[in-house]
Design a binder for this molecule. Structure first.
Ligand code: UDP
Length: 363
């Protein structure tokens, strides 16, 4: 990407979760290539390794609220700007939670839905309150203007604004991004083309032991090779499972996911449909089966794929090798072509990026 002369500094503020951090840093790299200087504001929880981004400045925010009521972000930026000269002042803050397009679309629509009485909302900011007073059949109705979404697909977010999130994470214990287990790549090398189903439910969706057991038997019954990300510290797999799957299955705590998805042995992706996983999967033309948990994970699958059917073993075989799965596999390949096209000069993503740059320069 060509470098333009702008000499403007942007502050990027990702939510401190893997998927958000990855996207924000990718956006930072692109905007840096357009000539912007980049400051990444982060908490001391789940922050990226600054040595991987030597051209960026990293600014730590204190967690939680301050006694004078100012937000940590506001205080950190104000302190930084007081110290610096006019030229290095921040001209724009790019602020996350709405970094995924589908999430943004639905959040924006909620006030209009309320205004037109499509959602009878009580005087409360939490979207979860919306659902308390709808009946189940109302939840299955299509949302006006947001087809194919149903009311039940609307994202529930407790993270209304970043300051709420900072208050929440001040109590968290986890403090590092996970180490990638590279052993899975050599396992994939030994498998046939498009034969492996990859299973990852992202960083923050948790399964209980009953779900783990159901997934394990589904994978065993599918008779397909699999690579399964299980993030639990102590995994207790059902008795007899290891003996049945043998060399066919490989379980790891965390993968180098983008490398996994580009590997020719991977032919299907069972995901929770978090935004990054979804985009990474379709960008590589890998067909998805979705098992959403919360938030935009319920929104994303409505736009592109099929939900996990039962029994799981049969659903996996259909996706990977079955005749009925052929349209899904073809659609994934078509989406990959469309995504590649959208990034070419004068195409939609390319143009949107240039429009963003022009917008920031207009401030
Ligand atoms: N990811 C990874 N290795 C894994 C599982 C996930 O690197 O074993 C990465 C994945 O590539 C994606 C991010 O974690 O970029 C997850 O982001 P997403 O928004 O899909 O899900 P979240 O974890 O935020 O629910």
């Amino acid at each position: 990407m060509e470098k333009q002369l702008t000499s403007r500094r942007l502050a990027l503020v990702p939510c401190p979760f893997q998927g958000h951090i990855t996207l924000m840093l990718q956006l930072g790299v692109i905007l840096h290539s357009k000539g912007f200087d980049i400051t990444v504001a982060h908490t001391d929880f789940n922050f990226p390794d600054p040595s991987n981004y030597p051209d960026f400045e990293f600014l730590e925010m204190s967690n939680g609220f301050n006694v004078n009521g100012k937000s940590p972000l506001q205080e950190s930026l104000a302190r930084k700007m007081e110290k610096e000269d006019q030229n290095s002042k921040i001209s724009c803050i790019i602020y996350d939670e709405y970094i995924s397009a589908t999430n943004m679309l639905t959040h924006q629509a909620i006030p209009t839905l309320v205004k037109h009485d499509h959602i009878p909302i009580q005087c409360n900011n939490q979207t979860s309150q919306i659902f308390g007073i709808r009946t189940y059949s109302m939840m299955l109705e299509l949302v006006p203007g947001l087809q194919p979404l149903r009311f039940k697909d609307l994202p529930i977010s407790n993270f209304r604004v970043l300051d709420d999130l900072l208050q929440l994470i001040a109590k968290a214990h986890d403090s590092s991004l996970l180490k990638e287990d590279q052993s899975c790549m050599s396992c994939l090398d030994k498998k046939a083309h498009s034969s492996v189903i990859y299973i990852s439910l992202g960083r923050i969706a948790f399964m209980d032991s009953k779900e783990l057991e159901e997934m394990a038997w589904g994978l065993a019954n599918s008779e397909q090779p699999f690579l399964w990300v299980v993030r639990m510290d102590s995994v207790s797999l059902p008795e007899g499972f290891q003996e049945i799957v043998g060399e066919r299955g490989h379980i790891v705590k965390w993968t180098p996911q983008k490398k996994v998805l580009t590997h020719s042995a991977v032919g299907g992706f069972w995901s929770h449909c978090g935004w990054n996983l979804t985009v990474e999967g379709i960008s590589e033309g890998v067909p998805l089966i979705c098992q959403p948990y919360f938030g935009d994970q319920r929104v994303n699958p409505r736009y592109l794929s099929q939900s996990m059917g039962r029994p799981i073993g049969k659903a996996i075989r259909t996706l990977m090798v079955g005749k009925e799965g052929e349209p899904t596999r073809q659609r994934a390949k078509d989406l990959k072509v469309k995504i590649e096209f959208s990034m070419k000069q004068s195409s939609s993503s390319y143009n949107s990026l240039n429009e963003l740059v022009d917008l920031i320069l207009s401030f």
